[in-house]
Ligand binder design. Structure first.
Ligand code: SAH
Ligand code: SF4
Ligand code: F3S
Length: 455
């Protein structure tokens, strides 16, 4: 049920919209689906400066996220006033909406709608409510309803996201996701195959399967057999017109033998695995409730590399979790040295309201966190650079995704997810080109086009 309170000055029904995404790829996917939904209703997309409806699709993973949203709301209102424009209808969606709820409307009277990440299919109804003078709040976590009511046809760029799984049951002690996204639920086999085909028909050549724990996806295939993510990947491998499959983010505990095996023989599955470990000390992993050890993580990576030696390994790290000693941090550094990452994301621990770690004793001093993060990032950056250098001289396919800085330059992704710059007249976004990598930097590589690949 959409709840509402009456406001004095109703805003007009919007004809144009702008969706601003923060946070993870799942929010990007949700933002695209919201846009699909608005377009199906006859609204057109516009810029933040003149849209009638602005959706802030927020993230709550680390601190200051909520503060950023409040200042953005203030900025939008002020800019419109300066331009003598009408105030836009403002909807706060996503994980801050779920976590802060009605507090947002109380603090920011210009917010008309607060909608949680599992309820955005109710937006049209809520928008109509606002135009009739009723502010809207909907923070239900109704599972998968949102996917059922969204438009089925998909227009896509060369790369597309497809959310296969929502929510998280892992309850790592530092993390808000289980509270903001709800319990782990998998979308159905048939819905996913249909949507993947619709994306390919709409122009996608690469699909990245998404989930907070994407490899926890389970389902039943058309014959009623119990299936896992590897089976879904194998089914997508058979869709003609689709050239590449990726998936993100995985949890070490759901890294099954079947999924590892898929990296060895599914041709379209790209040689890239994002497998967050967070820390290298078993004591800290236990306090984080990660339920894997540094050693079990190492064994998974060893097994994947045995099957796919060139695979690019990526990870996430948190430094300065409560109680992390110098020795614990050295364990993280040792693990990083062992794994040798191709890329990684690393963060200072950020206490999140309502999570168990926020009230743990022995919070680490900010200065120590800074020093540790700097050392870790230096090592990870060096490894990334070495990985980028290791592909110099190799030939590989690049799927061109966007324009570069210079006239004629295009940027795409290598199989190992490296940003790759190419420069040759006549190429366009969406082309798959055969390239020889000839130069490497810290965050990208450059290639010479050999020929247009068949895809
Ligand atoms: N489900 C994924 C990732 C979820 S959030 C997983 O389990 O790996 C993305 C990343 O944000 C996490 O991997 C973690 O490194 C980081 N993160 C989550 N909560 C955090 C917090 N409270 N402080 C700092 N980093 C955090
Ligand atoms: Fe958060 Fe842990 Fe779930 Fe990842 S597995 S989303 S870090 S609770
Ligand atoms: Fe952020 Fe929510 Fe994603 S907290 S990382 S937007 S699941």
């Amino acid at each position: 049920m959409t709840k509402g309170t009456t406001v004095d000055s109703p805003k007009k029904a919007p004809k144009t919209f702008f969706v601003q995404n923060y946070g993870c790829q799942m929010n990007v996917y949700d933002g695209e689906r919201m846009a699909d939904q608005f377009a199906a209703q006859g609204m057109t997309s516009s810029s933040k400066d003149d849209a009638d409806l602005i959706v802030l699709n927020t993230c709550h993973i680390r601190e200051k996220a909520a503060e950023k949203v409040y200042s953005e709301i203030g900025r939008v209102g002020k800019k419109r006033k300066q331009a003598n424009g009408a105030q836009p209808m403002i909807a706060v969606a996503g994980c801050v909406a779920q976590a802060e709820g009605a507090e947002i409307s109380r603090r920011s009277p210009s917010v008309d709608i607060v909608v949680g990440p599992q309820a955005y299919h109710k937006l049209p109804e809520m928008i109509a409510g606002v135009a009739a003078g009723k502010r809207g709040l909907d923070l239900d976590l109704p599972g998968l309803d949102k996917f059922d009511v969204l438009p089925k046809k998909r227009k896509s760029g060369p790369t597309a996201f497809l959310t296969v799984q929502e929510g998280c049951d892992k309850f790592c002690t530092y993390c808000v996701v289980p509270y903001t996204r709800g319990a782990e639920i998998s979308r159905s086999w048939s819905a996913l195959i249909d949507e993947a085909k619709a994306l390919v028909d709409g122009g996608a050549k690469e699909i990245t399967l998404l989930g907070q724990n994407v490899n926890a996806w389970t389902g039943e295939d058309d014959s009623g057999n119990a299936v896992g993510l590897e089976d879904l990947i194998r089914a997508l491998d058979r869709i003609s017109g689709l050239a590449r499959i990726r998936y993100v983010t995985s949890h070490p505990n759901d890294m099954t033998d079947g999924l590892i095996a898929a990296h060895g023989d599914v041709e379209k599955l790209m040689p890239y695995l994002h497998l967050p470990v967070q820390a290298g000390s078993d004591r800290i992993l236990k306090a984080m409730n990660r339920s894997h050890s540094a050693d079990s993580y190492r064994r998974i990576i060893d097994a994947v590399r045995k099957i796919r030696p060139d695979i690019a390994i990526s990870g996430d790290f948190i430094v300065g979790f409560p109680g992390e000693s110098d020795g614990d941090f050295e364990d993280t550094m040792r693990l990083v040295e062992y794994i040798n990452y191709a890329s990684a994301y690393s963060f200072k621990y950020s206490p999140r309201p309502g999570t168990p770690a926020a009230t743990m004793a022995d919070q680490v001093a900010p200065q120590i966190m800074d020093e540790r993060l700097q050392r870790l990032q230096q090592l990870l950056g060096q490894q990334q650079y070495e990985f980028n250098r290791s592909v110099i001289g190799q030939s590989c396919d690049i799927l061109l995704e966007r324009k570069g800085k210079y006239e004629g330059q295009l940027i795409g992704k290598s199989p190992w997810l490296q940003s790759t710059h190419v420069d040759m007249p006549g190429l366009k976004i969406g082309d798959m080109v055969r390239v020889q990598i000839n130069e490497a930097g810290y965050s990208s590589v450059t290639g010479d086009v050999l020929m247009q690949a068949a895809a």
